[in-house]
Every structure is written in structure tokens, then in C-alpha cells.
Write a protein that binds this ligand. Structure first.
Ligand code: PMP
Length: 441
């Protein structure tokens, strides 16, 4: 029996992710084209992309070099497996990624998304401990308000109740560090907050509770993005690194958002001068154009897997599309675009301007905090009593009507424009937000 035939404009078949489907389908917001800093809506309006899609389109939209690379690769070698077979472009892309990665992160495992990169990193960490004869190290430590994608490992180490509570038992043996958001002490901070490095000492408490010999890895986002741009206090990441080193615990940075220039440096690892053992990336690795993720590991971790019997598969993990040729072509063209335009190092030139523009919103209606780092910013709004999220969501709707795409999480507006944004466009984006704040209740 066939399903009923839907009219082309029937919106019911697509169950949209992380969307209020019922609300959206009454008043849909459709994007039909994009170029550089702007989307075009179905009714022909230009909307400035204040969020680089979902924190991913770092070089802006429909960049010709990336489009051509995808078209060429699709015609040349569309798909080839990477299980017991190879294709040159995946090796070439891995080499280019390692060339630009923080020193010591010398090997790359390809996935198709941030969530898959997270699962891959957690599995590498657990398997590494086993390979090293430390099989009792099975515990994982995440952090409150951490977002690590939506698969079971990721929601277990993640710290967002709303993303966990519908799904029953998650991974066991998981602890969480406290989040680092201290609004009373660090309100309206520019860049890294002064207060809160001591929150890293909670790791010592967890180690004392369980014993270091049971703990495999700690996973954090260097800057938490999805839960409202929570920037680590000065010295916090350094402390985490020291405590991990002291106890033989692996440190994993989830750089799905912070990777590829978001902080004004290639990676957050470069920004903070703290090196993880495993670095998770996705999004900007292909400018968001083709789904892809890349997990970077140290030689020590990689090489530990290479010492078993030669005929064995060293790591029982991988995806049909790991190292997909078209994704690799998009990735290579993305890296070239970043390089030619200096996009991964725009920090010194643009971050100060961005910071001043963002903080000019202090004093506007509803604003209770503003935070920024690199080309990321958050504007926290006073919640309406009993209706958290409502005020920011109405700001989102109003901004879209006015011609700017912003993102909201709870009562926080998060901004992360493409790294190609000009100073004039920064002014324009911030003016949209200013007008919206003045217009909402
Ligand atoms: N980790 C972090 C830090 C993220 O921000 C995201 C996505 N926003 C993910 C993981 C998951 O990525 P994806 O949606 O590609 O699975």
C-alpha cells in the first residue's frame, strides 16, 4: 500500500530536528539560497547570517572554490570505501589537517558529524586505556552545561538535562564537573573571566572519590557554545590539564564549535595554549557544506594501537562514510579558502571590534550579561517569570523578520557570524539585535 501523496508544499512528512514542529509548520521560515554573509528567504528577502548556519559556515556561503571541488570530485570518484581500501584524497586531507593542527596531534580519524566525532573520541579513550593495560579505567567525566552531540555517549557526558531525560539509562560510570558560569562574579566580562579557575579542582574531588585507576578521560568544550557561550575562567583549562597529567587521565577537547577559526585562532587549543590528548572537530572542517567530522589524536595514542598482531584490525570502529571522497574534497577546498583569506587568524584584526560592538548593547532593555571571545558572543536576557526561553525566542523571530538570523538557547542570544564578516556588517548585525531588544516585551 502506498502512503498518501503529499503536495510539494506539505510540511508534515519532515519531522524536524530540535524544532518546535507544531509552531514552525504554522509559520514556516524557509531559506532557499545563500551567498557569503546572507541567506535568501522563500519570499525573496536577504537575511544576514549571524550564526554561520549552526556555527559551521565559517568561510561564508556557496564559496566558488568549495562548490567546484565538490562538483569535480562527484564526477571523478563519488564514493569509495575506507574499510580495507583507500583513496588518495582522504590521505591528502588527513595530512593537510595534521599540518595545521596543534603540534603533536598527528593522526586523524574521520567521521560524519560532531556527534559521531564525540562517540569516536570516547571509544578511542576507553580502548586506549585497555591497550595500555589499564582496562579498569572505564569512567568518563564530562561537565554540566556541556554539549557533546546527541548520541548516547555524548548525552551521557553532556550536561543538558533536557537532552537526557527522555531516554532512560545512559552510559554508566559518568561524573560531571561543575559548569564554569559564575554570573554574579563575572558579569559583562570581555574575553576570559577572572573568577572560577578553582572549579577545576573539582576534578581532584572526583578522582579521590573513584580513584584515578578507574578514570579514562575528561571531556570538555574549551568554550561551551550551545549552552550559551560559557568561556573558561583564566587558568581553568591549564588546571584541568595539570590534574589529568598528574593522574594519567586523558583530556579530550570538543572543538566542534571552537575549531577552524571561531576564536580568532585555528583552534581553541592554540588560543588557550593547552593541548588535549584528543581533539574533536566537525562543522568548520568542511565549512559545514558536506557532513564531516575529524578526531585528532596524539602519536602516543595512535601508536599504542599499532603494536598488536599485524593481521588484526587495530580499532574496531568506523563509518561507511569515514573519509568520504566528496567530503574530503570539500574539506581541502575549505582549508585553501581559509588560508588564502587568512580566516583562521582574524582574531587580532576583528575580535576587538566585535567585542566593542557587542558590549555596546549593555544597558539595552532586558540585557543582564554579555560575553565574548573571538567571533562568538552571547547576550543573556532577563527571563520572563515562569516562561524561560520565551523572551529570547521572540527576539529570534523578530530578528528574522528584520533580516538577521540569530540563535537562542534558553534566554541567551548566541552570535557566531561567518569569519568573513566585515566591520560594517558587524555594526549592521548588532544594530538588528539592538532594535529587536527595544521591540520585544
Ligand atoms: N559537540 C559540540 C561542542 C557541538 O557544538 C555540537 C553541535 N552543535 C556537537 C558536538 C554535535 O555535532 P553534530 O550536530 O554535527 O552531531
Amino acid at each position: 500500500m502506498l502512503n498518501r501523496v503529499n503536495a510539494p508544499n506539505d510540511l508534515s512528512a519532515f519531522w524536524m530536528p530540535f524544532t518546535s514542529n507544531r509552531q514552525f509548520k504554522q509559520t514556516p521560515r524557509m531559506l532557499v539560497a545563500a551567498k557569503d554573509m546572507h541567506y535568501t528567504t522563500a519570499d525573496g528577502r536577504q537575511v544576514m547570517d549571524g550564526t554561520a548556519g549552526l556555527w559551521c559556515v565559517n568561510a561564508g556561503h556557496c564559496r566558488p572554490k568549495i562548490v567546484e571541488a565538490i562538483q569535480h570530485q562527484a564526477a571523478e570518484l563519488d564514493y569509495a570505501p575506507a574499510f580495507q581500501m583507500g583513496h588518495p584524497i582522504a590521505f591528502e586531507f588527513a595530512n593537510r589537517l595534521v599540518d595545521m593542527a596543534p603540534v603533536g596531534l598527528n593522526h586523524v580519524f574521520f567521521t560524519n558529524s560532531g556527534s559521531e566525532s564525540v562517540e569516536t573520541a570516547l571509544k578511542i579513550a576507553l580502548a586506549y586505556q585497555r591497550v595500555k593495560g589499564q582496562g579498569a579505567r572505564t569512567r568518563l567525566i564530562g561537565r554540566e552545561r556541556g554539549y557533546h552531540g546527541v548520541n548516547f555517549g555524548g548525552i551521557s557526558v553532556g550536561g543538558i538535562v533536557g537532552n537526557r531525560k527522555m531516554f532512560g539509562t545512559l552510559l554508566t560510570g559518568v561524573d560531571h564537573l561543575p559548569h564554569t558560569h559564575l554570573p554574579a562574579k563575572n558579569q559583562f566580562t570581555r574575553g576570559e573571566p577572572e573568577h572560577g579557575a578553582e572549579l577545576a579542582d573539582e576534578l581532584e574531588r572526583i578522582v579521590t572519590l573513584h580513584d584515578a585507576s578507574t578514570i579514562a578521560a575528561v571531556i570538555v568544550e574549551p568554550v561551551s557554545g550551545s549552552t550559551g557561550v560559557l568561556i573558561p575562567p583564566k587558568g581553568y583549562l591549564q588546571k584541568l590539564r595539570q590534574i589529568c597529567d598528574k593522574h594519567g587521565i586523558l583530556l579530550i577537547f570538543d572543538e566542534v564549535i571552537t575549531g577552524f577559526g571561531r576564536l580568532g585562532t585555528p583552534f581553541a587549543t592554540d588560543y588557550f595554549g593547552v593541548k588535549p590528548d584528543i581533539m574533536i572537530t566537525a562543522k568548520g572542517v568542511t565549512n559545514g557544506v558536506i557532513p564531516m567530522g575529524a578526531v585528532f589524536v596524539t602519536s602516543e595514542i595512535h601508536d599504542a594501537f599499532m603494536t598488536g598482531p599485524e593481521h588484526m584490525i587495530e580499532f574496531a570502529h568506523g563509518y561507511t562514510y569515514s573519509g568520504n571522497p566528496i567530503a574530503c574534497a570539500a574539506g581541502l577546498a575549505t582549508l585553501e579558502t581559509y588560508k588564502e583569506e587568512g580566516l583562521l587568524e582574524r582574531g587580532p584584526e576583528i575580535a576587538g571590534y566585535w567585542e566593542d560592538a557587542l558590549h555596546s548593547l549593555k544597558g539595552e532593555p532586558h540585557v543582564i550579561d554579555i560575553r565574548n571571545i573571538g567571533l562568538v558572543g552571547a547576550i543573556e536576557l532577563e527571563p520572563i517569570a515562569g516562561e524561560p526561553t520565551k523572551r529570547a525566542f521572540s527576539a529570534f523571530l523578530k530578528a528574522f523578520e528584520r533580516g538577521a538570523l540569530i540563535r537562542t538557547t534558553g534566554d541567551i542570544i548566541a552570535l557566531s557570524p561567518p569569519l568573513i564578516i566585515s566591520k560594517t556588517q558587524i555594526d549592521e548585525l548588532i544594530d538588528h539585535v539592538r532594535e529587536v531588544l527595544r521591540a520585544i516585551d
